[in-house]
Design a protein around this ligand. Structure first.
Ligand SMILES: C[S@@+](CC[C@H](N)C(=O)[O-])C[C@H]1O[C@@H](n2cnc3c(N)ncnc32)[C@H](O)[C@@H]1O
Length: 291
């Protein structure tokens, strides 16, 4: 199950996505609410598959769970909803978005209306956020990249992310930090978009760039173009940090595009397995050893 990224970031800008001005029109607010609910429900769906992680109750299934969302994006709507589901929520983002008085009050007011009839979510965290004009009553916010999670100072039962781990700078440092902040026996649930974000129609073009050219591209757009790491690179990295890993590919490149791409691949990517080359989006379920 994938909680898809909705934005096609062909426009690789130097201003990180999270720091751009939010559109506070009624239509944009409605779509931001729908998206935040979709991602939160996606996370709850993933967590439901992990034995014992959710409470056996119709209300607040995350009660008593310490949850970290990595890279929540510009609205922070999803982590506030996870607080409504009962979790003790923290977020960490290299580009943590600020509270925007022209956007967030309207967002959380509309969100309150949208979830009012749900029995699994309580509106208390939304009321607290609106009263404080700040995320803090519902979500502990850390302007910290995935590579420095230990500075957050917490241990989490579950760490989740959607479309984030392809934007990090350093995979080795990230997996080491993820392991350090995950409780023994704890869970990681990560959807990773393995496409070249410059054009989702040509999702593996960056495998035709040499290391220097790709590094220049990545530095120039705050890593928003995605990463050349393939699914097996993530599996190896997670395992080396001590996680047991279940990987599930959930989007695949078009065969005609792959035929066009193969003769143009850089030599270092020419030997990729068929699975690594075709898998352009994947879900990783991690389990940290119990000791
Ligand atoms: C494509 S957005 C995904 C946002 C959100 N998770 C969603 O599902 O829409 C990528 C997010 O990762 C964050 N990010 C980028 N580099 C990061 C890093 N090194 N550590 C943590 N978060 C990072 C970005 O600031 C942004 O919030």
């Amino acid at each position: 199950m994938a909680a898809p990224e909705t934005t096609d970031k062909r426009d690789m800008a130097t201003i990180p996505w999270n720091f751009r001005k939010q559109d506070s029109s009624a239509a944009a607010i409605a779509s931001a609410v729908t998206y935040a609910v979709q991602v939160a429900d996606g996370y709850l769906g993933w967590m439901r598959q992990v034995p014992g992680l959710l409470a056996e109750t119709d209300t607040q299934p995350l009660a008593g769970r310490r949850l970290l969302e990595l890279g929540p994006g510009p609205t922070l709507g999803t982590p506030v909803l996870l607080a409504c589901a009962g979790a003790d929520v923290a977020v960490a983002d290299r580009f943590l978005p600020p509270w925007d008085p022209a956007f967030h009050p309207a967002l959380f007011t509309a969100m309150r209306e949208a979830i009012a009839s749900r029995t699994d979510l309580r509106t208390g965290p939304l009321d607290a956020v609106l009263a404080a004009s700040a995320f803090a009553p519902a979500v502990a916010c850390h302007a910290v990249g995935a590579e420095q999670l230990t500075t957050v100072g917490g241990i989490f039962d579950v760490v989740v992310s959607n479309a984030v781990l392809e934007h990090i700078e350093d995979l080795g440092a990230t997996v080491t930090n993820l392991a350090a902040v995950t409780a023994p026996g704890g869970t990681g649930l990560h959807q990773v978009d393995l496409r070249d974000h410059r054009s989702f129609d040509r999702p593996l073009e960056y495998l035709t760039l040499d290391e220097q050219a790709f590094e220049t591209l990545r530095r120039g757009c705050a890593c928003e173009c995605g990463a050349q790491w393939r699914a097996s690179d993530y599996v190896r990295a997670f395992e080396s940090a001590g996680f047991a890993v279940a990987m599930h590919g959930n989007m695949f490149a078009d065969p005609a595009y792959l035929n066009d791409l193969r003769p143009r691949l850089r030599p270092e990517f020419a030997g990729l397995s068929e699975g690594d080359l075709t898998t352009i989006s994947a879900f990783f379920r991690l389990t940290r050893s119990a000791s």
